[in-house]
Design a protein around this ligand. Structure first.
Ligand SMILES: [Zn+2]
Length: 114
């Protein structure tokens, strides 16, 4: 019987952004929580956008890492030249994508500070 929750008008009843529970951020965010991030944390819109972009960057970085490893192991072997070329090209594209993603990440970081 928690009657105070039923009133609903006090700002305390609005769940806050839980971004401080991630290792990424120090301090609290005062915005209301709006989006369930990965089904666990309730975060505000700007923080959700930033987390999504950073996840994407991390995924691309992971694929660059894998391609680097593969090239290191197979780059000097008799692996098919054409295939090698394709992997190198893919790696370059991934690196370029990583560079591009920095722009929206930077503006998303500014956004969360507002
Ligand atoms: Zn937030």
């Amino acid at each position: 019987m928690r009657r105070e929750e039923a009133v609903g008008n006090s700002p305390l009843s609005q769940p806050r952004c839980e971004i401080e529970k991630t290792p990424l951020v120090e301090g609290e965010c005062q915005r209301p929580g709006e989006v369930r991030y990965k089904g666990i944390l309730l975060v505000c819109g700007p923080h959700a956008a930033l987390l999504q972009l950073e996840d994407r960057a991390e995924a691309v970085l992971g694929s660059v890492f894998q391609m680097e490893e593969w090239l290191e192991q197979n780059g000097s072997s008799e692996a098919d030249e054409e295939y090698l070329g394709r992997i190198r090209h893919e790696r370059e594209e991934a690196v370029a994508a990583l560079r591009l993603i920095r722009v929206p990440i930077r503006s998303a970081r500014k956004e969360v500070l507002q």
